[in-house]
Design a binder for this molecule. Structure first.
Ligand code: COA
Length: 244
């Protein structure tokens, strides 16, 4: 299953809001907290760029709609959904933001899909005890220093991706999903992409349901993408995109 992904930073954002649809501009203006406005705007920008990049592949039309015609609305459960001229686009979209960086992943609908970007940072023993399963705690406990920060951030990110794929978010107990690092902690250990992108595999279990995932580092961040089916990952090509 093909998944397009894109990271954008606050520096990629246009200064104006012309690329937002009228209903999105109204939503933005209703947000009182500056950080929330910044995150939301970056998430919308990244998702729209990813949707238009994936458009011809998934929708089969050569020309994507312009940015202001694509509306990313939250469904009642909170998951983002793409609409064009009032019609639900045949795409599944996921959004994440962390420290002025936005990540979006897009696949053809219908599929369970989630993505997450997290800044690599130490997590306290308390955090790991409270939110991780016993097996996950064993993975984190088996490494030290920078590797511990990477392992804890990566497991947390994969959980968030899976909770988004389930469309539940933190309404579910984080221990209800369990991450296995099937490729270990080695960065870029497999080439799983159509375009030579190197990501490493992971697996997330939710009861009897298995989600396939991929992860990689991106500067000081970890990126995870989790889906119901094996993702084949494709980086969107956009002039504003980050060089990797
Ligand atoms: C999904 C969730 C875990 C994201 O966690 P986070 O670390 O804050 O944020 P991230 O930047 O990684 O992801 C945020 C994006 O997740 C997406 N998202 C939110 N709820 C989602 C859900 N139920 N399913 C899938 N995606 C969801 C949104 O697109 C959101 O970005 P946006 O609001 O700018 O559109 C969290 O928002 C959550 O638990 N939501 C469900 C519960 C809820 O709605 N609580 C109300 C707020 S207290």
């Amino acid at each position: 299953m093909k998944v397009f992904w894109l990271v954008q930073t606050a520096a990629d954002l246009p200064e104006d809001d012309d690329w937002l649809a009228a209903e999105e501009r109204a939503r933005l203006q209703s947000m009182s907290v500056a950080k929330r406005r910044e995150d939301w705007r970056l998430g919308r920008w990244t998702a729209k760029r990813a949707v238009t990049a994936a458009w011809s592949e998934f929708v089969g039309e050569p020309e994507p709609p312009d940015d202001a015609s694509v509306v990313i609305r939250p469904a009642p459960d909170g998951a983002p959904e793409a609409y064009v001229q009032g019609e639900r686009a045949p795409l599944t979209v996921s959004i994440s933001h962390s420290a002025h960086n936005g990540l979006s992943a897009v696949a053809a609908r219908p599929v369970a899909l989630g993505c997450d970007i997290e800044e690599i940072a130490e997590r306290s023993d308390r955090f790991v005890e409270d939110y991780f399963t016993e097996r996950e705690r064993t993975i984190v406990g088996g490494v030290a220093g920078d590797e511990r920060a990477l392992a804890a951030t990566l497991i947390w990110s994969a959980k968030e991706s899976a909770l988004k794929a389930l469309r539940e978010g933190l309404r579910l107990d984080t221990r209800a999903v369990e991450v296995s690092l099937t490729g270990g902690l080695a960065r870029s250990s497999v080439n799983s992409g159509l375009t030579g992108e190197e990501w490493s595999p992971l697996l997330v279990r939710h009861g009897a349901r298995n989600f396939r995932g991929l992860w990689r580092t991106h500067g000081r961040f970890v990126l995870t993408v989790v889906a119901e089916r094996e993702p084949e990952i494709i980086r969107c090509r956009h002039e504003g995109g980050l060089p990797l």
